[in-house]
Design a protein around this ligand. Structure first.
Ligand code: FES
Length: 142
């Protein structure tokens, strides 16, 4: 069952500061894979076809396993860079929104092409994720 992940500001406006309220805030983190509107493309058997990764765009992909969300930044052809799909502030899964990768937990924003922080509270860029491109597919390099 998916649980919503509220921003701290929204949560504080809705939930009295009780132990239950603080528990709800603590629920936002890496264990909440797939919450909210992250909506990544699912890679079957740990790989995704290049045909499913549009050129000159950033695509959020769920590769499965630990920390499954990865932002694939494709230029043209096999020019692909990958960044973690998790916020560097507290580990929430990112969502692609217009011109940024947005963190629904506390509002950080990241450049979808470079992984650089556009807006805090996160202060660290998204780390790169090693990938392999071969036979018209992309997979994580384990
Ligand atoms: S987890 Fe706090 S801004 Fe992303």
């Amino acid at each position: 069952m998916e649980r919503p992940c509220l921003s701290r500001r929204r949560a504080l406006g809705m939930v009295p500061l009780t132990a239950a309220g603080m528990g709800a805030l603590a629920a936002c983190g890496p264990e909440d894979e797939g919450f909210g509107d992250a909506n990544p493309v699912r890679a079957e058997d740990g790989a995704i076809s290049l045909d499913d990764v549009p050129e000159n765009q950033t695509t959020l992909v769920n590769f499965g396993g630990q920390q499954p969300f990865v932002a694939l930044v494709r230029g043209t052809g096999e020019d692909i860079t990958a960044f973690s799909g998790y916020c560097t502030h507290n580990g929430c899964a990112l969502a692609k929104e217009q011109d940024e990768l947005h963190c629904p937990c506390h509002g950080s924003g990241f450049d979808p092409s470079t992984g650089e922080v556009l807006r805090g509270p996160a202060s660290t860029h998204l780390p790169t994720v090693p990938i392999v491109v071969e036979n018209n597919t992309v997979r994580r390099d384990r």
